[in-house]
Design a protein around this ligand. Sequence first.
Ligand SMILES: Cc1cc2nc3c(=O)[nH]c(=O)nc-3n(C[C@H](O)[C@H](O)[C@H](O)COP(=O)(O)OP(=O)(O)OC[C@H]3O[C@@H](n4cnc5c(N)ncnc54)[C@H](O)[C@@H]3O)c2cc1C
Length: 423
Amino acid sequence: MTSTRRRFLRQALMAAGGVTVGPARVRAQSTARVVVVGGGFAGASCARALRQADPKLAVTLIEASPTFTACPFSNAVIGGLRELAAQQFTYERVAAGGITVVQATATAVDPSTRAVTLGDGKQVPYDRLVLAPGIDIRWGALPGYDEAAAAQLPHAWRAGEQTLLLRRQLEAMDDGGLVIMSAPANPFRCPPGPYERASLIAHYLKTRKPRSKLILLDAKDTFSKQRLFQAAWAELYPGLLEWVPLSKGGAVTSVDAATRTLVTDFGRHQAKVANVIPPQKAGRIAEAAGVADRSGWCPIDPVTFESKLSPGIHVIGDAAITGAMPKSAFAANSQAKTCAAAVVRLLTGAAPTAPKLINTCYSLVAPDYGISVAGVYQPANGQLADVPGAGGVSPADAPRATRAAEAVLAEAWFRTITGEVFG
Ligand SMILES: Cc1cc2nc3c(=O)[nH]c(=O)nc-3n(C[C@H](O)[C@H](O)[C@H](O)COP(=O)(O)OP(=O)(O)OC[C@H]3O[C@@H](n4cnc5c(N)ncnc54)[C@H](O)[C@@H]3O)c2cc1C
């Protein structure tokens, strides 16, 4: 075949939306196609960062939902401090930036032909693929907890209907009712999230149903920002919020949705309202694409976020195994920018540079009481590791004015990040 004919065939394939023949890096930078699956904090951030790095890149964002509902601050919705509408964002501005937004569910990935299959069977070809599907619930990992049980005992760990269901159950409960939460073993989405939620439910009970009680059953003995949370609970919610760690029988071994009962090795706890935060795994497209390992999460190269299991596919956000870096929206956004920079370099044949990534997580213990943790991470031994001496947590002995200032900073952080990702 002559080189002219090869070029013609290649152009015809491209015009027909066909798959790339040969390695992706043979494409000129400006014609490369990057497909991102999942338009959350990781995916939408990455799509935007890719276009910013090279406005000529053909970036497609595949997202199942027309509206994104953010988890950060959804605990405040559950606690009656905020409406769900304040959590919701559309993709209009993302699309206006030149990104092709496809509202569809990605159901399969073929790494050999470099194409993503959508729910309706259509194929979307790519030169590099970024998967950012967030989490799925590991249904059945906790005996008795399946999708039907979640309609009785909401997890509310993906924001939306589940968030509202838990809030309505709390609102419908009589004063004096027992609320029980369960928190899973590591790793899971948002390490401080269960403790912030317990705090804001306790705040709701204290101010609206003061004869009620909250028990938090935990499959761990330690948790994020523990000293700060526990000091605040002793000050704000004495006698109202009880934390039961693993070593004192906190691990839930099964649930009975019909009677709202959570079972541990030490006994049965029957609740008026129960919030079960179950074990999790990477969003299911990760498994279908062959990038999840037996843990259910996705091993990645810490410099490029390229899958260790399938070259040409990058995984960012909660779905990825990122060593010391927690599964947070801030981390997802940070990883998205690093991954976008690496993808652009890889497409042009340049070597990616080793990144430094940042995370900060604010938690509200009450509406005017915020605490935070921050970390800086760098690649080390095939993982992301803490940069020694960087980061830290809010001071243990800070005055209430500092806590109030951190609550204001938390809200500002949410406005800034959602503005950057969706605004
Ligand atoms: C209660 C709670 C409070 C939290 N508070 C904070 C906080 O204060 N600060 C913080 O930094 N983080 C917080 N988090 C964590 C944060 O929400 C997650 O870490 C973050 O959303 C991860 O981003 P992601 O893009 O990986 O996943 P997501 O944001 O969940 O986005 C995944 C997207 O992918 C889409 N998707 C999945 N599969 C497919 C498919 N096959 N096809 C098409 N689309 C698909 C989904 O529809 C979704 O839009 C909190 C989490 C919870 C549960």
